[in-house]
Write a protein that binds this ligand. Structure first.
Ligand code: BGC
Length: 269
């Protein structure tokens, strides 16, 4: 391979939750490296279509695919649609996620369940279906691994998060899901890794970064001194999915500007 060849040429990918934020950036970044991408959305068809249009305008290949990742038959239909359109699957970026915040005493069972359903059960359903696809198909000459999975975690798989017990529990869960499946399928030539983003400027945390006071307080938590951008995470997803990371499996790559470095201790504690 020459250094200038696109990293994911000849491969195909599904990115869940790709109509906005980190998922949209990941879909575009994978496509820019040659992958043909299914851009998954649950409700925002127009936004997902805009991502597909942008990929095509840049000379890439993509389709939209609707599915609620927490619904088993939706997930099966999404993977079937991808394989019927593009012939095979090489990469899954299990990104779809949500927050519904409340203190422990105020959190309803519905809020707990909704977040666990999408963030954790959704990853289980998509990861299971991806592994089934990888096993069914022939190895590809375009990739050393038989298949690659990137699970979107969070710094909150490590940092407890008051007022967000559903979200933190779901991300702790995705971390063990990722590692356990990585251990289970490594011998089949399938790599499974995670990304743990810190504060990335997307809709999910707009209420924090959109006010000067909120942004100031947030930056106190980020030693590198800036809020992250979706491309910071998308670039990590490309690398983990590429042959450059062929010996990497079962690892979480923290993309957080140092948020996990106990910033409160930076002035000697
Ligand atoms: C959450 C964001 C938050 C960030 C850092 C992410 O996983 O979705 O809302 O800003 O963690 O706390």
């Amino acid at each position: 391979m020459t250094p200038f060849e696109p990293l994911l040429q000849g491969q195909t990918a599904i990115v869940t939750g790709a109509s906005s934020g980190i998922g949209a950036a990941a879909a575009r970044a994978l496509a820019a490296q040659g992958a043909t991408v299914s851009v998954n959305y649950r409700n925002s068809r127009d936004q997902a279509q805009a991502i597909v249009d942008a990929i095509r305008a840049d000379g890439g290949h993509a389709q939209v695919v609707q599915a609620d990742v927490s619904d088993e038959s939706d997930v099966e239909r999404m993977f079937a649609s991808h394989v019927s359109s593009f012939g095979r699957l090489d990469i899954l970026v299990a990104n779809a996620g949500m927050q519904q915040d409340a203190s422990i005493t105020d959190m309803t069972l519905a809020q707990w369940q909704a977040v666990l359903d999408v963030n954790l059960t959704g990853q289980f359903l998509c990861v299971r279906e991806a592994v089934r696809c990888f096993q069914r198909q022939k190895a590809s000459p375009s990739s050393r691994a038989r298949g690659k999975i990137v699970c979107m975690g969070s710094v909150h798989e490590q940092i407890p998060w008051s007022g967000h017990v559903n979200y933190a529990a779901s991300k702790g869960g995705t971390m063990q899901l990722m590692k356990t499946v990585a251990q289970e399928v490594a011998a089949k030539g399938i790599r499974v890794n995670g990304i743990a983003p810190g504060a990335i400027q997307t809709d999910i945390n707009e209420s924090v970064w959109s006010t000067p006071d909120g942004l100031k307080a947030l930056l106190e938590l980020i030693p590198y001194g800036r809020i992250g951008q979706p491309d910071d995470v998308a670039n990590a997803a490309v690398w983990l999915a590429s042959d450059q990371a062929d010996y990497v499996t079962g690892t979480t790559l923290f993309v957080d500007g140092g948020m996990c470095l106990y910033p409160a201790f930076r002035d000697h504690g």
